[in-house]
Design a protein around this ligand. Structure first.
Ligand code: OAD
Length: 243
């Protein structure tokens, strides 16, 4: 099937679908200039993310982990949503039932106008206290001091899910529910390797939803999808919308 034929097919599925779920990954923000996790360009001072984004790394050296986030926040702060983010926000407006689930922490779906994306891995603009219940939005770039502190005196941490940590329960529950009832599931710009996010399209497949993947490359999910489109999400997603 050529991409053009596939796009016509997917547009038809979107019109027929009663419930749509969309899972996005770092690939959707790549065209905004934010490096993906497993691509090149995501390294800071030669540390792989797996060595910084852990509770152990934070316990060992909170200032080092915060310096990394301070750098990432500065990178993200100057970026804007791209046509892929805007197309998904528009899809929400055109379609009665779209649930957007994202693994991204960059906040670009919010900036594009998506109403309430389910953020599986947290939000780089949120902080929370390591001791008390304090949680807040913090958009300070650069951050001072590092590490930032709560009024209770304890160190604040990024409200991000680190390797080895559980996903926020309510968010995950809502994402499972959306995958379970979707009749169309779009998987956009994710390597489909990191659990439990990668299980969501698999659940949709088990429930006989149509599953469509949009990715520059082949992924472990590709051969299971009804349609797997090779291309940039910022180019393909706008083509799926009604006029
Ligand atoms: P990855 O870096 O693993 O994968 C990005 C995917 O996007 C790859 O499959 C690329 O081929 C694809 N891609 C790149 N540019 C694209 C474009 N313009 N259009 C379409 N596809 C494109 O990122 P994720 O799958 O998001 O978790 O990674 C999942 C999780 O792994 C992240 O949320 C993070 C990381 O560990 C945590 O931080 C907990």
């Amino acid at each position: 099937m050529t991409n053009q034929v596939a796009i016509v097919q997917i547009r038809g599925w979107l019109q027929e679908a009663r419930r749509v779920a969309v899972l996005t990954g770092a690939g959707i923000s790549a065209e905004s200039g934010i490096p993906t996790f497993r691509g090149t360009g995501g390294l800071w001072r030669n540390f792989p993310a797996e060595q910084l984004a852990t509770p152990e790394a934070f316990a060992r050296d909170p200032a080092l982990v915060w310096e990394w986030y301070d750098w990432r926040r500065a990178v993200v702060a100057e970026k804007s949503p791209n046509p892929g983010h805007f197309a998904l926000a528009e899809m929400e407006r055109q379609h009665p039932s779209v649930t957007l689930i994202t693994q991204n922490v960059d906040g670009l779906h919010d900036l594009a106008g998506s109403a309430s994306p389910l953020k599986l891995h947290g939000d780089i603009w949120q902080v929370r206290c390591t001791q008390c219940d304090y949680r807040a939005t913090n958009r300070e770039v650069p951050l001072t001091p590092i590490p930032p502190r709560c009024s209770c005196g304890a160190v604040l941490r990024p409200d991000i899910v680190w390797f080895g940590e559980a996903l926020p329960e309510g968010v995950l529950r809502n994402a499972w529910a959306a995958a379970q009832i979707a009749d169309l599931f779009l998987v956009v710009g994710t390597s489909a390797l990191v659990q439990p996010a990668a299980s969501l399209p698999r659940l949709a497949l088990e429930r006989h939803a149509r599953v469509v993947e949009i990715n520059l490359e082949h992924t472990p999910l590709s051969r299971h999808c009804d349609i797997s489109l090779r291309g940039a999400s910022g180019e393909i997603l706008p083509l799926l919308l009604g006029d």
